[in-house]
Design a protein around this ligand. Structure first.
Ligand code: ADP
Ligand code: MG
Length: 166
């Protein structure tokens, strides 16, 4: 697990942009954290770094929206899902096979039906500072556990002291 921190929404977007350096086609990034934690903000920074031109918004009324960039970005928001079957029906695995990357807000709610290997980004609001976020990054599954070091290097400037390799 890597423990990092950001100081503003722009800073979270910069961290997300840095992560695009280590994310490859077919990867899944699970975005975990309460409403307002910064999951969509993160996705905006990530998308911009992939060259997405459109404005990325919360996919409130659709579960999945795909943006074109240097690779397709599938932005999923599980929050309003009532049955896991709805997530299965998205066909995310098939979409990923075509070579895109998926960022899944509230991905933890659908873990049983999502790929076993993923990068988890957990955003937490700072108790005393509205503009700071704690960012815990963790590779899950054999693929990501090997790549976690690369992740740590890519976001080194945000890693808090003693925050890597726990
Ligand atoms: P979520 O998708 O997790 O519900 P959003 O990204 O929609 O959250 O909203 C996060 C809000 O918090 C935005 O208004 C953003 O400007 C603000 N914010 C303040 N500081 C930060 C930070 N360090 N990182 C991310 N967002 C931040
Ligand atoms: Mg959101």
């Amino acid at each position: 697990m890597i423990l990092a921190a950001t100081k503003s929404a722009d800073d979270t977007q910069a961290l997300a942009a840095a992560l695009t350096e280590v994310v490859r086609p077919r990867d899944v990034v699970m975005l975990v954290g309460d409403v307002g934690a910064g999951k969509t903000t993160f996705t905006q920074g990530f998308g911009r770094a992939l060259g997405v031109q459109e404005a990325i918004t919360s996919p409130t009324f659709v579960l999945l929206r795909t943006y074109g960039g240097t690779m397709p970005l599938h932005h999923v928001d599980i929050y309003r899902v009532e049955h896991l079957q709805e997530v299965i029906d998205l066909g995310l695995l098939e979409l990923l096979d075509e070579g895109g990357v998926a960022l899944v807000e509230w991905g933890d709610l659908a873990e049983p039906v999502l790929p076993r290997d993923y990068l988890e980004v957990r955003l937490g609001v700072h108790p005393s500072d509205d503009d700071s976020r704690q960012v815990q990054v963790r590779g899950v599954g054999p693929d990501w556990s090997v790549r976690e070091q690369l992740v740590g290097r890519a976001i080194a400037q945000w890693v808090v002291e003693g925050g890597q390799g726990a």
